[in-house]
Design a protein around this ligand. Structure first.
Ligand code: ZN
Length: 270
């Protein structure tokens, strides 16, 4: 297995994994989405709510706010030594929120959640929760814990995690007359004419849309589109809960742990 062409920009990363099976690539994708833990609000104690939204509706909205996560400081509730349903400092982070609209309509934002631990806070301050009309009030306590995307999507660390086969685009130059029609129609601009010869660049950008073949006057078309079944281009976009590199690292670590657990079990069964 080889990792190459790693490109990181803000909360996103793009990289190529070569020499693996489609099953392995899918395992990595699924582990990223469903098994890397993040923090999310899971318990809300409403003290006062005179807004137009039901308590349950509010709690659901609060649960979906992505929170910054510290995987070293917190542990999953099922692994925590406290064994308490209420949780402890190692498995639970708490927030308070108190907003009142006095003389004009006020929007309650994620930034109104006051964290006990500043390391665990909403990723964005401006996620709207509810609008309060004059005289309406909201007062609550919220408790966040680590969880996994397989239990609820609010614990997914990523807003996108995709992979695609590496496209292969080959041109039979002996049959191509270099008219350049395909160059104009390629939406990803991966084709270019160099000294009247059709060449391919940034092949990983190709989406195999076949526009080049459709607009080629020659039949059979000198452009051949295919893909490699052992090279995958991954695109991962973090919600901001964890750095995107940490998400991929954690997923790889978890696959490794599961594989060694399986091998231990098999050894014992012998
Ligand atoms: Zn605990």
């Amino acid at each position: 297995m080889e990792i190459s062409t790693v490109k990181r920009e803000g909360n996103t990363i793009r990289f190529m994994v070569s020499g693996v099976t489609p099953a392995f690539a899918n395992a990595l994708r699924r582990t990223v989405i469903a098994e890397v833990p993040t923090m999310a609000i899971d318990d809300v104690m409403i003290i006062e709510n005179t807004s137009v939204l039901f308590d349950e509706f509010l709690a659901h909205r609060l649960g979906l706010i992505p929170l910054t996560t510290d995987l070293d400081a917190y542990t999953l509730p099922e692994n925590c030594e406290c064994r308490s349903e209420l949780g402890c400092n190692r498995c639970r982070a708490s927030f308070t929120m108190e907003v009142e609209a006095t003389d004009r309509t006020t929007t309650v934002y994620s930034g109104d959640l006051r964290p006990d631990n500043p390391a665990i806070k909403p990723v964005g301050e401006k996620i709207p929760v509810v609008k309060l009309a004059p005289g309406q009030k909201l007062r609550l306590e919220a408790y966040a814990k680590l969880g996994r995307g397989q239990e609820h999507a609010k614990w997914q660390p990523v807003s996108a995690c995709t992979h695609k086969y590496l496209p292969t685009v080959s041109v039979d130059v002996s049959k191509c007359d270099g008219c350049g029609d395909c160059v104009k129609f390629c939406p990803k601009c991966i084709l270019e004419l160099k000294n009247d010869k059709l060449t391919v660049r940034n092949v990983e950008e190709c989406t195999l849309c076949t526009e080049c073949v459709r607009h080629c006057a020659k039949r059979p078309c000198p452009i051949k589109l295919d893909w490699s079944e052992e090279d995958f281009i991954f695109y991962v976009e973090s919600t901001g809960a964890l750095p995107v590199t940490q998400i991929v690292e954690q997923a790889a670590k978890q696959i490794g742990e599961k594989a060694s657990e399986l091998s231990q079990l098999i050894k014992r069964a012998k």
